[in-house]
Design a protein around this ligand. Structure first.
Ligand SMILES: [Zn+2]
Length: 580
């Protein structure tokens, strides 16, 4: 240790956001986030790792690689000189630091890019190191976490740097096939070849607050288009709005978010393919307690007596009551630890569909549901629970992710129908719904659907091709709205009450038809009068129906699910007498 007095600029630094002069130690304590304006300063890879992983858990992977200057590149300086300078100024061997570690006790393989090293550019060595990290994750059957910071491919290595996009992507595909979670954390800036490969082709994409991500940089786009760019272009919030990232996370919450996601997916993923699921003892005890709770609960129509007969039109009005609990209400009351995942990755994030991982009595599930609202403003913001094609594609993405990670899917259906707008048609509403129905028929994980409010036509079915279909007592499920039916088959819409009766859309009728497997009784007079009791009953019903499905092998589940939906063609006529 030398006793040299630190110079002024080492003690203080100026915020790039608000120009405040900040005491360096205070800034570092605040994770290099400006306490005045919230600006997230860029972090080098070692500091980033220090912030994210459990102390003492970091095991760096070997970074020894042969010297690479594959095309003898020279600009004003020979490429090797630039490499030497980057090594000297950063203390790193390359623009990525790779390691295994634990985060909140969950083992992971990590590759963290460092923008200080030649702009975090993706060259052959960086590609090789990240690929090796992914292979390590595959060998150890642990998740892969990537933290990206890059201007793009390393032009000094020519087209060979471009090939790294494919090399790393293949390694990520192998993890996908093995059902191992891949997560990327976008930090500022992430552009070009990195953005167009492993930064965005992972299962989950988190954007740190203030991160910008895009394929082409803003300067290039301005030059090409000759136009000013919209406010906030390519920022994390822009990406969230356009369906490109699952969430935007403040730096101080990043570690906690990763812990929650790792916990959720680790619980579901089988440790080896074709080996039976092993439950930790504490988990079994919890499940046993739940079983006992289920046995005591009045969540079956038989235990509760015959539900009171209500006119079908009254039921329609109950199902649409603005006070009726919504999907987000149930996520709060029935489930724990919901972590919402956003976006279809194709351009939008539909607010009418919410989804993400959550716990049901300690077991992780993927929950996907339509979201309405209680006030006019909420309803408008959520498009009255009418999903756009982007909403259906978000749901599809989450269903497939759940299947890969071995998580059961629980859907909560509450929609008047799919969005009937022009834009929805332009973006392929029909095909989007069709794709979901098809995907659900073959999804190799348990699927449990609950019609909680309105089950409106194809928009509802897009979330309701399930192993078990439950329905709240005052929910409705129908091929068309009573008003729509009345307008077509009666003189006018005022015949909606008659149409409602004719459509057989109530839970008891649908139970008799075999469309619904179980009716979940609501407290008197309806769910909105006692949301807490409704939540208890729904929770008990979910557990009673989900737990038996968990023991069924995926191939058998799919076979039984297809049989379940095949039988409607043959038995409907025979069941009709029972309804009348
Ligand atoms: Zn600031």
């Amino acid at each position: 240790m030398t006793a040299t007095a630190p110079r002024e600029e080492q003690l203080w630094s100026r915020c790039a956001g608000c120009a405040s002069l900040l005491y360096r130690k205070r800034l570092r304590r605040n994770l290099d986030v400006c306490p005045e304006c919230g600006e997230h300063a860029r972090l080098g890879a070692p500091e980033r790792l220090r912030q994210l992983v459990d102390p003492g858990s970091l095991r760096p992977l070997a970074d020894g690689l042969p010297e690479a200057d594959p095309i003898d590149f020279v600009d004003v300086l020979p490429y090797p000189h630039r490499l030497t300078a980057a090594r000297a100024s950063t203390g790193l061997v390359e623009a990525v630091v790779c390691a295994t570690a634990t985060i909140g006790g969950h083992p992971v393989a990590m590759a963290v890019m460092d923008f200080r090293f030649l702009g975090g550019s993706l060259g052959c060595a960086v590609g090789e190191l990240i690929t090796r990290t992914a292979e390590r994750a595959l060998d150890e059957r642990i998740p892969l976490v990537l933290v990206t910071a890059s201007g793009g491919a390393r032009m000094q290595e020519g087209v060979l740097s471009l090939m790294q996009m494919a090399t790393v992507s293949q390694a990520i595909a192998a993890l996908r096939e093995a059902g191992l979670l891949t997560v990327s954390v976008l930090t500022d800036p992430t552009y070009g070849g990195v953005a167009a490969s492993f930064a965005t082709n992972t299962d989950l994409v988190l954007a740190e607050s203030g991160a910008r991500m895009g394929f082409a940089g803003p300067r290039v786009i301005r030059q090409v288009t000759g136009r000013a760019l919209p406010e906030g272009f390519q920022t994390a919030d822009f990406l969230l709005r356009h369906g490109q990232v699952d969430m935007v996370v403040q730096r101080r919450s990043l570690r906690g978010r990763l812990v929650a996601l790792l916990a959720a997916t680790r619980a579901g993923a089988p440790t080896r393919p074709s080996v039976p699921r092993q439950e930790p003892a504490s988990h079994r005890e919890r499940l046993a307690a739940d079983d006992a709770a289920v046995a005591r609960s009045p969540a079956t129509p038989e235990a509760d007596g015959t539900p009171a007969v209500r006119d079908a039109w009254d039921t329609v009005r109950m199902a649409r009551h603005p006070g009726r609990p919504t999907t987000l209400d149930y996520l709060d009351s029935v489930f724990d630890g919901f972590v919402e995942l956003h976006g279809d990755r194709l351009g939008a994030d539909c607010p009418a569909i919410v989804g993400g991982v959550a716990r049901l009595a300690g077991r992780y599930v993927m929950v996907i549901g339509h979201q309405k609202g209680h006030t006019t403003a909420e309803l408008v913001a959520r498009n009255f629970g009418m999903a756009s094609p982007a909403g259906h594609r978000k749901a599809l993405r989450l269903m497939r992710l759940a299947a890969r990670l071995g998580l059961p899917v629980v859907t909560l259906v509450d929609t008047p129908g799919a969005d009937p707008g022009v834009s929805a048609e332009e973006h392929g509403q029909a095909a989007a719904i069709a794709e979901n129905i098809l995907a659900l028929t073959v999804l190799p994980t348990p699927v449990l659907a609950v019609i909680t409010g309105e089950g409106g036509s194809g928009g509802a079915l897009a979330l309701a091709v399930a192993d078990r279909v439950l329905m709240l007592e005052n929910a409705v499920y129908s091929v068309i709205s009573p008003e729509g039916c009345a307008a077509i088959l009666w003189p006018d819409r005022s015949a909606a009450p008659q149409a409602a009766r004719a459509l057989r859309l109530s839970a008891p009728d649908l139970r008799r038809l075999g469309v619904v497997d179980e009716v979940v009784p609501e407290p008197p007079a309806a769910a909105h009068d006692d949301p807490a009791e409704t939540a208890l009953r729904l929770r008990a019903a979910l557990l009673a129906n989900l737990l038996p499905l968990l023991d069924v092998p995926p191939a058998m589940l799919v076979r039984l699910r297809r049989q379940r939906f095949r039988r409607f063609g043959a038995t409907r006529a025979g069941q009709r007498a029972g309804v009348r």
